[in-house]
Design a protein around this ligand. Structure first.
Ligand SMILES: NC(=O)c1ccc[n+]([C@@H]2O[C@H](COP(=O)([O-])OP(=O)(O)OC[C@H]3O[C@@H](n4cnc5c(N)ncnc54)[C@H](OP(=O)(O)O)[C@@H]3O)[C@@H](O)[C@H]2O)c1
Length: 267
């Protein structure tokens, strides 16, 4: 039975993979940050040694885009140095790596979906740190999948879907930005894709884009959420083009899904 280690497993994607894993015949090993810290290479080495892991799914990341502007070193420590540690350890123990990256490696100046070969040019520290992680993995490992995804939501952790539901249920009126266009993506779909990669065991290595289909703005997403809540209505969600954030965000970050569709049946 294939053995899969999932690192950063207390985050929203890690927890969703755990849910999806219950119906699989793969052997999963889940590690929280307190059990395995990717900035600590010695611990990684010890966890991988004699483990017989076939795949490593790296869900560990510094994901607070706003805080990364001030805490840039911390973001790079986890998203770049940590990713490099994971790649080196995977290389040492011949473990295939599935690493998660982001649409924020792009600057958002395009007006059609980003392909995997488009020029990267992150415009905030989070995106820069994630891109450095991608580059380090490519330098230190051959057997890797880097999955760029976007606007994740799930039942767990902090995410836009949960924040909007909570605020609407409080009766708040929300001003939501119309300035960014992207694709909200369910962690369940991404978790199923990750599990598919492990099960198929023959998908060509490399960078993949993975998101849901279609596109919207954060305002459009919030309106859609409001429509599905009983006793709430979309009048509680108002558009704004004046939403200020510390971190610059790409105005357009749709991902081109052609490679995924061509390479992988079922997805
Ligand atoms: N969220 C999005 O909208 C989005 C969009 C595109 C791409 N992504 C990427 O998708 C991946 C999963 O994101 P997510 O939304 O599931 O993130 P998340 O909910 O913030 O989870 C990240 C997890 O990483 C853990 N972690 C942080 N530093 C660590 C370290 N040094 N060693 C080990 N674990 C560490 C965190 O631990 P604690 O629980 O202790 O904090 C947390 O459990 C990330 O690579 C992210 O960059 C996310």
């Amino acid at each position: 039975m294939r053995k899969v280690i999932v690192i950063g497993s207390n985050g929203q994607l890690g927890r969703t993979i755990k849910d999806c894993a219950t119906k699989e015949t793969l052997e999963f090993y889940f590690f929280f940050r307190s059990e395995l810290d990717i900035t600590d290479k010695k611990s990684l080495m010890a966890a991988f040694k004699d483990s017989g892991f076939d795949y490593c799914v790296n869900c560990a990341a510094y994901t607070n885009v706003e805080d990364a502007e001030a805490n840039t070193e911390d973001a790079f420590l986890v998203n770049a140095e940590g990713a490099k540690n994971v790649a080196e350890v995977c290389n040492t123990y011949q473990v295939k790596l599935i690493h998660i990256s982001t649409d924020y490696v792009f600057d958002g100046k395009k007006n059609e979906p980003y392909t995997i070969t488009d020029q990267t040019n992150p415009i905030n520290q989070y995106g820069k740190s994630k891109l450095q992680g991608e580059l380090d993995i490519q330098e230190h490992l051959e057997e890797f999948y880097i999955i760029r995804t976007s606007w994740l939501y799930s039942l767990y952790g902090k995410n836009f879907l949960k924040t909007i539901i909570n605020k609407l249920e409080d009766g708040s009126v929300l001003n939501i930005t119309t300035e960014e266009q992207g694709t909200p993506t369910s962690c369940v779909e991404l978790a199923e894709f990750i599990i598919y990669l492990v099960k198929s065991d023959k998908t060509p290595y490399g960078i993949y884009n993975f998101s849901a289909n279609g596109s919207t703005t954060w305002f459009g997403f919030a309106q859609e959420i409001a429509k599905h809540l009983p006793h709430r209505n979309s009048n509680q969600v108002l558009p704004t083009d004046k939403f200020k954030t510390l971190a610059k965000r790409p105005k357009y970050s749709l991902l081109n899904l052609k490679k995924r569709k061509l390479t992988i049946e079922n997805f």
